[in-house]
Design a protein around this ligand. Sequence first.
Ligand code: SF4
Ligand code: SF4
Ligand code: SF4
Length: 254
Amino acid sequence: MADKITVGHVHMSGCTGCLVSLADNYEGLLTILDKYADLVYCLTLADVRHIPKMDVALVEGSVCINDECSMEEILETRENAAIVVALGGCACYGNTTRFCRGGQQNQPQHEGFLPIGDLIKVDVYIPGCAPTPQQIRNVCLMAFLLLKGNDEQKALATAYLTPLMSLAAAGTEACGCDLMTEVINQGLCCGCGSCAAACPVRAVTIQYGKPQVERDLCIKCGACYAQCPRSFFSFEVCGQYEAITNLIGEVMKP
Ligand code: SF4
Ligand code: SF4
Ligand code: SF4
């Protein structure tokens, strides 16, 4: 197998739930670290204080724009990483951090938080709060195959990553209307209810097995869109599903 790639976890303003989801791959994570990726930066796990050069940066959380260190860190991440991945709803769309404005008695600052795509170019989105362990694992594997695999593996990795790259290119705003036009009206909704569970203002309710969005209530936080497993669905990738699944099974063999 070719050399490993280098991966870092950059922790901005998030709850660490995305990192926990990565860790929830259990022995799968050990396989990745053993064969495919060296973890070169992760404040929770390693005492490395400066963001090094790396192939892939997994950025968790949004950026506090009143905090100079956070602003420097996100720019440095972009400079040092070949591929920047927004890991989770906070990094992609702001998610719950859209509601943080400081102002409480014990936290008098008036802080604002932005999704990372408002400050730097982002290559790949992994939506969800938190994204599933499998999806984070797959993106790491696909990044490895894209950078180090043979031609066939590179093509499958590109197919897998394309919808997630399109999400990143679409921008940092998503709301209940996007959910309706891009998922529900396209017949892609599987009625899982994740959008309703994620909505902080109860603007989404499940009626007759399908979500209904009360537009007047929607505050455009993007949580429903980020959480929906079909918002990054792609018919092009569907045709290659079996080959991609087989490839993942093959490379994850202990
Ligand atoms: S996306 Fe969810 S799990 Fe990840 S940092 Fe934000 S709140 Fe936490
Ligand atoms: S419907 Fe709810 S979760 Fe979706 S963007 Fe609006 S407020 Fe956020
Ligand atoms: S999260 Fe997506 S797939 Fe699930 S019910 Fe909502 S719109 Fe449908």
